[in-house]
Write a protein that binds this ligand. Structure first.
Ligand code: ATP
Ligand code: ZN
Ligand code: MG
Length: 302
């Protein structure tokens, strides 16, 4: 039996995840949400004293910013756009006729000004650039958003709509690489507190196509991306539950993010995959939260 299907089936049977008929698109039970809320409070405990500015964006972003980000160059296969009906009454009649006979009614849909957010930090960079130069202390931001990626899968840890909690740091190279290292240490410590064994490894993003292979190799060679891995659906291929990204001055240059002295800001972000962390907890400690080890319950619920 396929182990992935089996964990997903058990999640459905227990009601923790709710089947919608689409792979990677699930409802979540109150219990599942409670675990995510508790873990987010743990994140707050670890990051709280750093003084990050909290911001929450909706799961859609300005299409113009999305275009400028270059996402379609790197990950066209993952993007999701929002299209709407913008036609006349006559167009509406043919739309309904199309649906009636089971033809593709979506062809006439037009792109709106909104695309689905692919990572929690994407709306942040243009927002901060608009403020002008960063203060002397740089920038530190606390984000959380539902994100969309078109990667349907039977693996419950690979969803199409999932939440990412992120901290984003802007400053000098040293400042942002220190930030990234601090969160790698904290990530290991946090997961230990909730009874999860982790490994950290260098990683790369799934850049599209043949040219993408070179970008991925370059990212690895320069140690720009690390992942904190926890076995969920496979022991041989553990799942990335956190990632730690150093963008060098790429986003600073693209968005015009400058430090107080006018030099280009370096940026880094750390992301928590909230559903993945909840799934790791359910996988390791069982589907019944009341049966989890006391130390884990204490770390999460005090
Ligand atoms: P993977 O290598 O597994 O595809 P990723 O490198 O694409 O992960 P990032 O782009 O760094 O992941 O996203 C930040 C975090 O968001 C990841 O560390 C992970 O925990 C979570 N995440 C990414 N993709 C998904 C997904 N499809 N479903 C659920 N969580 C995800
Ligand atoms: Zn990010
Ligand atoms: Mg991915």
């Amino acid at each position: 039996m396929d182990m992935q299907t089996s964990f997903l089936d058990r999640l459905f049977e227990s009601g923790l995840l709710i089947d919608t008929g689409i792979d990677g698109l699930y409802g979540r039970s109150g219990q599942f949400e409670d675990v995510i809320a508790a873990f987010e409070r743990l994140i707050d405990t670890f990051g709280g004293s750093d003084g990050a500015e909290a911001m929450r964006f909706p799961p859609g972003m300005n299409r113009a910013f999305f275009e400028k980000s270059g996402y379609m160059k790197s990950f066209p296969q993952l993007a999701g756009t929002v299209h709407s009906f913008c036609g006349s009454e006559l167009d509406h009649v043919s739309l309904l006729q199309c649906m009636e006979v089971g033809e593709d009614w979506t062809k006439g849909q037009e792109a709106t000004d909104i695309v689905l957010t692919p990572a929690a930090c994407y709306p942040l960079y243009p927002t901060i650039a608009k403020r002008g130069n960063l203060p002397k202390t740089g920038g530190l931001f606390d984000l959380q958003s539902y994100c969309f990626r078109h990667e349907p899968s039977k693996d419950p840890a690979r969803q199409q709509l999932f939440r990412m909690r992120e901290y984003v740091c802007m400053g000098t190279e040293l400042h942002v690489t220190d930030f990234r290292q601090r969160w790698m240490d904290r990530g290991v410590e946090m997961m230990k507190a909730v009874g999860l064994e982790v490994t950290i490894d260098v990683a790369n993003d799934p850049f599209f196509g043949r040219a993408g292979k070179m970008l991925a190799n370059n990212q690895r060679d320069q140690n720009l991306k690390f992942e904190l891995l926890i076995p969920i659906t496979s022991a041989a291929n553990p799942t990335a539950c956190m990632s730690f990204n150093y963008h060098q001055d790429a986003f600073g240059t693209k968005w015009g993010l400058n430090l107080e002295d006018g030099s280009v800001a370096h940026t880094a972000c750390v992301g928590f995959g909230l559903e993945r962390i909840a799934l790791a907890l359910f996988h390791h400690h069982g589907l019944d939260v009341k049966q989890w080890p006391a130390s884990v319950r204490k770390a999460l619920w005090g």
